[in-house]
Design a protein around this ligand. Structure first.
Ligand code: 5AD
Ligand code: SF4
Length: 426
């Protein structure tokens, strides 16, 4: 989401006559896009700002964008007086006006209002990848998960019209993109604000129908709003990739309730059943938080048991990190840091064994990959399967021919915990 926000910001700047440079040293204007989902990400921001100033400060204009900007607001001007612009993502529609103010010499420009029903749409997006493109379909979040800062930094939910999403998708297809990734904090609660009134599953089916688009992915889903028609849509059209990221956070219903996640373990497992009963094999991935306030050994064991039961294809796991404004911040029974670290390691070890097994089960199969890159040192191409696995492969018959951006069938010959190895099928 942040990477795509940056693409939109860069595009907006270029449309106003700015040119992108490779290093902060070469820049006259340095914008730093920031994340505050966990404390570590936030600390990096201030460290990096000081570093920029030391290394490249002379005569430059600095701005802080994103969630740390939204959260810290004008305090950033005090902590880092060389910063001239502080703006959260809900204000990016006003970026052109803010740039004018900077150009006029204003050294305290802010965009901090969350009070908007607009989404940041721009035809000028400067995309980093020539084959896969992100499209934001919904911004903000109306949930209130007890640990999460996002509703405070990205504001309330705003969906784009289905017409503007399809129009952007068609423009991307015309420009040669073949893979689209739909983005939102909770794409499942997408609600078309136009008369068409499409829900997420309907939008998904239509995006998959755009001529020229071969793959559609989406992230992120909230289990509460993940309904069966989404699985039916995936089943009906192979353009919709065989992968769903469905963050569970914990395997304990007691913890899920404390987190205000709005589903129980059983309700979550029902969604897993829909996915496992689909006609195609849909890869399932998740997010796990360990050490949420009050998490007992028994709760933690419920999470481990859930990993064994679901057998995720991959997961992201995090130590609970207290965030400003959130309900969990003031909850009793905070878990000591060493204990969080211990639990995180156990989750990661357990999952590693599961992935070794699941990846090994793909040996011998033939999978279509989108070729994303080349590992010169290993003499391998880097591909990605519909299930979102990395499949590195050799392609003997094709010499040094440029394969990046092409779709190829590859036979899996070896498997590790995090990627597969194979050879192209001629
Ligand atoms: N501490 C730890 N992890 C968090 N996440 C969100 N907020 C926190 C927090 N305060 C994780 C959740 C979410 C993912 C994007 O980040 O697992 O799904
Ligand atoms: Fe945060 Fe929960 Fe919203 Fe996801 S659904 S962004 S975890 S509040």
């Amino acid at each position: 989401m942040n990477a795509h926000d940056s693409e939109k910001v860069v595009g907006t700047l270029i449309s106003r006559g700015y040119a992108q440079v490779e290093t902060p040293e070469a820049a006259g204007l340095v914008l730093y896009n920031t994340c505050s989902i966990r404390d570590k990400a936030e600390q990096k921001v201030f460290h990096r700002l000081q570093q920029f100033k030391r290394d490249a400060g002379k005569g430059k204009i600095f701005g802080v964008l994103g969630c740390v900007a939204q959260q810290e607001g004008e305090k950033i001007f005090e902590k880092a007086p060389h910063v001239s612009l502080v703006a959260g993502s809900a204000s990016y529609t006003k970026l052109p006006e803010m740039l004018v103010q900077l150009e006029q010499g204003n050294r305290r420009v802010t965009g901090l209002s969350l009070d908007t029903d607009e989404t940041f749409e721009t035809p000028f997006t400067r995309r980093d990848n020539p084959h896969r493109a992100y499209i934001t379909i919904i911004e903000g979040c109306d949930k209130s998960c007890a640990y999460c800062v996002v509703p405070f930094t990205r504001g309330p939910e705003r969906s784009r019209t289905s017409a503007s999403v399809l129009e952007e998708g068609q423009r991307l297809a015309d420009a040669g993109y073949t893979e689209i990734q739909l983005l939102g904090q909770n794409v499942n609660s997408y609600g078309d604000p136009s008369a068409a009134g499409w829900d997420f599953a309907t939008l998904l089916a239509h995006v998959a129908g755009i001529p020229g688009i071969r793959r559609v992915r989406f992230t992120t889903s909230h289990p509460r709003d993940f309904i069966k028609p989404i699985v039916d849509a995936i089943d009906a059209d192979p353009v919709l990739c065989d992968h769903v990221h469905l963050p569970v956070q914990s395997g304990s219903s007691r913890m899920l309730s404390a987190m205000d996640r709005l589903y129980t373990r059983d309700e979550y497992m029902r969604r897993i059943e829909w996915l496992k009963n689909a006609r195609r094999k849909i890869a399932i991935t998740t997010d796990i938080i360990v050490g949420f306030p009050g998490e007992t050994e028994a709760d933690f064991n419920d999470t481990l048991a859930l990993l064994d039961e679901v057998e995720y294809d991959s997961l992201f796991s995090f130590k609970y990190s207290p965030r400003p404004n959130t309900a969990a911040l003031t909850m009793g029974d905070q878990i000591p840091e060493e204990e969080k670290t211990r639990r995180l390691t156990i989750v990661q070890e357990r999952q590693r064994a599961i992935q070794i097994r699941r990846n090994a089960a793909t040996i011998g199969t033939v999978q279509e990959v989108l070729v994303e890159g080349r590992n010169q040192a290993l003499g391998q191409w880097i591909g990605r399967t519909s299930q979102n696995r990395t499949l590195n492969f050799v392609a003997d018959g094709v010499g040094d021919e440029q394969l990046i951006g092409r779709y190829l069938d590859v036979r899996v010959t070896r498997a590790g915990p995090n990627s597969l190895v194979g050879e192209s099928v001629m």
